[in-house]
Structures are given as C-alpha cells and as structure tokens.
Design a binder for this molecule. Structure first.
Ligand SMILES: Cc1ncc(COP(=O)(O)O)c(C=O)c1O
Length: 455
C-alpha cells in the first residue's frame, strides 16, 4: 500500500513547493542552480554532473518515486538513516501526533526522556545521553567533552574516517585528497576555510595498524585528549583484535575512547558496534538511524565524562552545550518510535540475513563477470572493492577501480535502483534482493557489451 505522508499532501496543494508530476526536470534543476550553489545541497561529489537526473516526490518503504512517475528501489536510504525505510507508519504517526502538540518547549521534552532511557537500556557505554540535531554536532560535543575531561587538546582519528563536516575533524577523510596526504600522524584538511592553527591538533593513524597507532599514542600522550574510531571504518571491517587493542591502549594510557556510531549505531545491533564487537568505549556519538530521517544526533557515555554537561558541576569542570532544537519533541518522538520498531524480535536477524545474501549474491555475480572483487563490511553493512590487492586500511582501499564503481552506480539508475545496491532497510525483503541482483546483472551485461567492464 502506498502511504503518502500527511506533510506531503500539504505540499501537493502548493505547486511552488511541490513540483507537479511530469515536470520538466531540466527546468527544475536550472531553477535549483539559480538559488542553490551547484543546484545541489552538499559537496559530497566533486562532479556536479553526477547528480541524479530526476527529483523525488516521496518515499514509501523501500521505494522512492520521481516527479516524472518513475519508481526506484532505494539503496541510499537518506545517507543510510532510514533503517525502517521511508515513512515507517509508526514513525509517521509518532511525528504527526507530536507535531500537532508542538515541537520545542525550551525545556526537555517527554519523548526525549523516553528516548534517553531507551538508549541507556540498549547502548553498553551509555550512563547518560545528550541530544543534538545531527551526527556532526554530536561529534563536536564529544570532542569538547574529552578535551575538558583530560585538559588536553589533540585528537587521534584514523586515515579515511569521516566524522562529519565540522572544522575539528575534517582532516584526511574519504572526502579528502589522498594524493597529497602526508604520512601519519600528520593530517591534511579536506576543505578550504578550516583555520590553519588547528591542524596539529588532529593526529592520523592507519586503520588496523595497532603497532603504529600505539606508537602515535605513546609519542603524543602528553597532549592526547582522546581517540575517535568509526568501528566499521568507511565499510572496512576491523581485523580481529584491533578494536580490543585500541580499547586496551586507551585504557592503559588513560585517554578516552570515542566510538563514532553515527553509521553503526542501532544498525549492527540495538547496542551498535559496541554490542556487536563486545568492546565498550567511554563515549559514543549517534545520528542517522536513531531518527529515521528526522534531524537527531546524540552523545552517550559514562557518568564521569557526561557529568561535565551537568549544570550542577563545578564551574571549572562544566562543559557548555546548547542548541535551540536539541531534545526537540518531534525528532525524539521519531527516535522513540524507531527504537521501538527495531526492538521487535527478528529485526537484526532479518537485516543480517539480507546482508549475507546480498554480499554472497553480489560476489558471485562479480566473479562470474571476471571482476577482481573483495567484499567487505559487517552484517548489514555491505561494501565491495574492485581490486585483488589486500585491503587493510584506507590507503590500500584506494586501489579499487573507482571509475567502475561510478559507472555501476549510474547504470543502476537506468535499472531503477537508486544507489549502488549496498544499503537496505527492514522494508527490503526477497523481492528487493532479487531486484537488486537482477539489476546488477543487467548493469554488468550492459557494461561488458559497451567494453567498459574491464577498461
Ligand atoms: C561516522 C559518521 N560520523 C559523523 C557523520 C556526520 O553526521 P551528519 O551528517 O548527521 O552530520 C557521518 C555522516 O555520514 C558519519 O558517517
């Protein structure tokens, strides 16, 4: 059944905000470019021509619908934020009910208390929770907390890891310029406009290299405020013992360990990567999946560190954090409805089983077409690299045939699949799995026929 969100129905009445079906796409994109830089809303791609050649009107479960009446299977899912798919009925109901009651009361809200309680129940490191509006904001706050807690300044991150677009950590990420990266532990800013003075505060370590990470920590311990880890680093799993080793290293050197669970939180397991791997950090950041597409982030952690956010703490221990919309009732109501749905028996078994079948199906296909491929990721995080070179860290992952991945993504669009095929939600089942694999096979045939497959 096609469930149209009530908000969408409102938009439909106003042609200026909701472009009618059969609208001229080219004209719409020209209009976007007249009012928005590049006609898009982020800088994720260096090539504006790679933006989709259509606009969406609405989503429903696993699918997205365009202004010109096409239906796409969504394998992007709001940058991976829609664990329950589009417009999950219980989330829509919670959000619309709360919107009618009001959103922001300049005070904590009932749904935010409920959501914090649920997070404390589910997330191993969480004694307390503070909400933000995004993953980036959560990371900003987590860095401030560990700096306050240790009275030190430097942060160690892993090469290639992305922790949001804030100045403080936008160094040597997967959106950066690897050809100019210095050797770790030196970092490289990924954008103009980041103040020069803070580059020395960001230390870089190679993923999965405990020995070099240990050396960097030892060499910098006088100034080190914390270590931040993306537990499945850009789709690269950790080698056995690596996360445990980082935990031990942090404990031995009395430096806080942050898991950035913006991607893995409530995805790998209810308790995120920390439950999945059995490694408990001191602090964690959340975003994406907890809000089912509504703007919501969170920092959760142990009482010692989170205590700095208690207004009753001493002046010399207190950390400032304030956001007009933090704890807003609509986003946190979405969060409560999301976690309630994720807590239903069978959810993670389904996500893992879909992930396992997708990984196996894609690997078989790529091999059948003689592509050198390595599958990666964990459970419901499915990634792949087109290279036979062993991949352990971000630098080695650059050996993948990026041009081929790009061609596959755009070819998948002509098969009515949005995204490269690797993301999925609880709404993706056998039909969607078959659609994805069939579309991938058709893409590979088309690329082989045009001579682009092994180019
Ligand atoms: C691991 C990680 N941390 C932080 C962020 C930033 O979150 P947001 O885009 O909500 O600001 C992202 C976003 O992709 C992420 O993947």
């Amino acid at each position: 059944m096609l469930l149209i969100c009530p908000l969408l129905r409102l938009c439909e009445q106003d042609e200026r905000t909701y472009h009618p079906v059969k609208a001229n796409h080219k004209k719409i994109m020209q209009e976007a470019a007249a009012y928005m830089p590049g006609g898009i809303h982020h800088t994720i791609s260096h090539n504006p021509n790679s933006a989709p050649e259509f606009l969406f009107t609405h989503g429903d479960g696993a699918y997205l619908y365009t202004t010109d009446g096409r239906r796409f299977l969504d394998t992007m899912l709001g940058h991976g934020s829609l664990l329950l798919g589009h417009c999950a009925p219980t989330v829509v109901e919670a959000v619309t009910t709360q919107a009618a009651l009001g959103n922001t009361f300049t005070h904590i809200t009932q749904p935010s208390i409920e959501l914090a309680r649920m997070m404390v129940e589910d997330v191993p490191c969480a004694d307390k929770v503070r909400f933000t509006n995004s993953g980036t904001e959560a990371v900003i706050l987590a860095l401030r907390l560990v700096r306050a807690h240790t009275a030190k300044n430097k942060i160690l991150k892993f090469e290639g890891a992305y922790h949001g677009f804030a100045d403080g950590l936008l160094y040597s990420t997967n959106y950066g310029y690897p050809d100019r990266w210095p050797e770790p532990p030196s970092s490289d800013p990924d954008s103009l406009g980041i103040p020069e003075g803070q580059q020395d505060l960001v230390l870089i370590a190679p993923w999965n290299d405990l020995e070099r990470t240990t050396r960097i920590v030892r060499d910098n311990i006088e100034d080190l405020a914390g270590i931040i880890v993306e537990p499945v680093m850009r789709g690269l799993s950790s080698q056995p013992g690596f996360l445990e080793g980082i935990r031990e290293l942090a404990t031995d050197h009395d430096t806080p360990l942050i898991f950035d669970e913006v991607r893995t939180g409530f995805r790998l397991a209810l308790g995120g990567a920390q439950e999945y791997y059995g490694v408990t950090p001191d602090l964690s950041t959340f975003g994406k999946g907890i809000g089912s597409g509504y703007p919501l982030g969170a920092v959760a952690g142990n009482d010692q560190i989170m205590g700095h956010l208690n207004p009753a703490s001493l002046d010399e221990e207190r950390v400032f954090s304030l956001g007009t919309f933090h704890s807003n009732a609509v986003s946190t109501a979405a969060g409560v409805a999301t976690i309630r749905a994720l807590r239903q028996p069978g959810t993670y078994e389904h996500l893992k089983s879909y992930g396992d079948q997708l990984r196996a199906g894609l690997e078989e296909l790529f091999q059948r077409f003689d592509l050198p491929v390595q599958m990666s990721g964990e459970a419901n995080i499915v990634e792949w690299f087109f290279t036979t070179e062993p991949i352990t860290d971000y630098r080695s992952s650059l050996a993948t045939n990026l041009a081929l991945s790009g061609r596959i993504s755009s070819e998948m669009r002509s098969q009515n699949i949005f995204g490269g095929g690797g993301n999925f939600s609880t709404e993706h089942g056998d039909t969607e799995l078959s659609l994805t694999l069939e579309a991938m096979e058709a893409c590979l045939v088309s690329l082989r026929d045009s001579g682009e497959l092994n180019a």
